[in-house]
Design a binder for this molecule. Structure first.
Ligand code: ATP
Ligand code: ZN
Length: 284
């Protein structure tokens, strides 16, 4: 049995539960209680505050956890970063009042900076030889400059709209973060085997999201060009069409270069292009 800690409520809760579900793990109740048991996979899910997860994984209360990399690094616990999940993306940044003139990091010297991430901020300032006063507070960091509690802040940012509404501008990015799987370093062989299976499933879900299935028709003399654009998982599938000199091609295309590939396919005379989402994708 592998014990998984996830956030009880907050930004990572829903995506964490969704991910487990996409991995085929059915839980016996919602997140109303402390613990849920999966009836079709040897895992138990515990619901905690995100800040407590690294400690619990370190202590072995949980074997693995789903937590923001920002929280993992801030606590500095000696636990493993086992897998990057690709959701919960944000950055830990320093922001100053919009009106403040800011040219370089040296301008932070002598300022009072409010944050809940004092360890990461301290490391960053030290590495950049800045001497500032770190003021640790427990929440609502973004209002600190407005109420005269600090000159600047160091906080999580995603769209930047919270900074904007509080009259702040982002001036330094300390860390780019996403949700990760963190694991205790001393798992038993049995737990390691379950984790390996789980990570294989998570990878299939993540890879599928990054790829699309593509079907198209093309004249045979363009096939080599088209194969160079669509290498596929091993190689593309080609089926001859009834119409002489034409083939149907099936392959996968990566989400990142999707539109570029489509435009080039058109240049290579591809027709009837159909693109479909992939539910799971297992490579190798
Ligand atoms: P808890 O009650 O569990 O302590 P919290 O209020 O500390 O919750 P949330 O605001 O729910 O935490 O954020 C959880 C994680 O979501 C963050 O640690 C971070 O990794 C990620 N995240 C993604 N985007 C943002 C954002 N714009 N602001 C804050 N966190 C974000
Ligand atoms: Zn928290």
């Amino acid at each position: 049995m592998l014990k998984i800690a996830i956030q009880k409520s907050g930004r990572l809760n829903e995506d964490s539960i969704k991910l487990l579900k996409e991995c085929g793990i059915e839980l016996n109740n919602g997140n109303k209680q402390l613990k849920a048991v999966a009836y079709n996979f040897p895992v138990e899910v515990y619901f905690f505050r995100d800040d407590d997860i690294p400690q619990y994984v370190y202590d072995g209360v949980a074997d693995i956890g789903i937590v923001g990399e920002n929280v993992l690094l801030e606590t500095g616990k000696d636990i493993e970063l086992a897998y990057r999940l690709g959701f919960g993306k944000c950055r830990l940044s320093i922001a100053v009042p919009k009106a403040m003139e800011y040219n370089s990091i040296k301008d932070l010297n002598g300022l009072k900076i409010a944050t809940t991430y004092s360890n990461l901020l301290k490391q960053y300032l030290t590495a950049n030889k800045v001497k500032a006063d770190i003021h640790e507070i427990s929440g609502s960091v973004e209002i600190a400059p407005g109420i005269g509690l600090a000159d600047a802040i160091c906080d999580l940012v995603s769209s930047g709209s919270t900074l904007f509404t509080n009259g702040l501008k982002e001036v330094e990015v300390i860390l780019k973060s996403e949700a990760v799987i963190t694991a205790n370093k001393n798992l038993s062989e049995e737990k390691k085997a379950i984790l390996k299976k789980l990570l294989m499933r998570m990878n299939a879900v993540k890879t599928a999201k990054n790829n699309k299935y593509i079907l198209l028709n093309a004249p045979n003399y363009q096939l080599e060009n088209i194969f160079s654009l669509l290498p596929g998982m091993k190689s593309p599938t080609v089926v001859p069409l009834v119409e002489e000199g034409w083939s149907s091609v099936q392959s996968v295309v990566n989400e990142n270069d999707f539109w570029e590939v489509i435009e080039k396919l058109k240049q290579y005379e591809a027709e009837g292009i159909i693109v479909m989402p992939i539910e799971k994708m297992i490579i190798g």
